[in-house]
Design a protein around this ligand. Structure first.
Ligand SMILES: [Zn+2]
Length: 233
């Protein structure tokens, strides 16, 4: 079987979304990419999570052609492919309709950074895409969803804000591998919920100060990061 290891990683990342309560029924999908082999592994379309094994994970090329197996890939595959092409260092993409993040997407509001949990992961507000035009929806809808995301990051760094809200739809997140993409989806949902509650308590709550935001983001990321255990470089 092609990409045995990546299939397992993609399966585990999909199951993580279920464990964390981010998906209902067969909603949601996580993929991973082998840059060396130029192949993508993604959740199959419409297979219940509790019946899914590594052998069910769909493997396609970067044009979305199935290269192994006969299960259809998730219908959101074209969105994932656009992101892999536009963001060359990412290794995983996750998509959910998790409630709070989706509520912000439906309200077409970026999630402001109100505290250090958000600042630890996202170096700025989580942006929302423009509303898609009728012709973008009528033809190649999933691919155009990817382009709407990429346009949102024309003046934003996708590496330091690894999440987006697709207007009237829901969140996409990414990371160095499928597990990180799923992890970011879980954190995003938590951050979205906390931001909602923050505004419920104080409608005029200000965003976090720049200094505290930078402190939290940069101690975990960036060249002088010191949070957690030292990693072998
Ligand atoms: Zn969706």
């Amino acid at each position: 079987m092609l990409l045995q290891e990546l299939r397992v990683e993609v399966l585990q990342a999909n199951l993580e979304l279920v464990r964390r309560g981010l998906v209902v029924y067969t909603f949601g999908n996580v993929s991973g990419i082998s840059r060396e082999q130029a192949l993508v592994a993604i959740k199959p379309s419409g297979i219940p999570y509790d019946e899914m094994g590594p052998e069910h994970i769909a493997v396609t090329d970067l044009d979305g052609r199935i290269v192994e197996g006969n299960l259809r890939p998730s219908s959101d595959l074209p969105t994932h492919l656009v992101l892999y092409k536009a963001f060359p260092e990412i290794g995983g993409v996750a998509h959910t309709h998790s409630e709070y993040a989706t509520a912000w997407a439906q309200a077409r509001r970026p999630i402001p950074c109100f505290g250090t949990t958000h600042a630890d992961y996202f170096h700025g507000p989580v942006p929302v895409t423009a509303v898609m035009e009728d012709d973008e929806i009528a033809w190649h809808y999933e691919r155009n969803t990817g382009h709407a995301i990429v346009r949102t990051f024309e003046h934003l760094e996708h590496a330091s804000v690894p999440a987006v809200l697709v207007a009237n739809h829901g969140p996409f997140t990414w990371g160095v591998d499928p597990a990180t993409a799923a992890h970011n989806a879980v954190v995003l949902e938590s951050v979205a919920r906390m931001a909602y509650l923050t505004l419920a308590i104080n409608h005029d709550a200000p965003a976090i100060d720049r200094g505290l935001h930078d402190k939290h983001y940069l101690r975990k990321h960036g060249s002088n990061a010191y949070y957690g255990q030292a990693k072998d470089k």
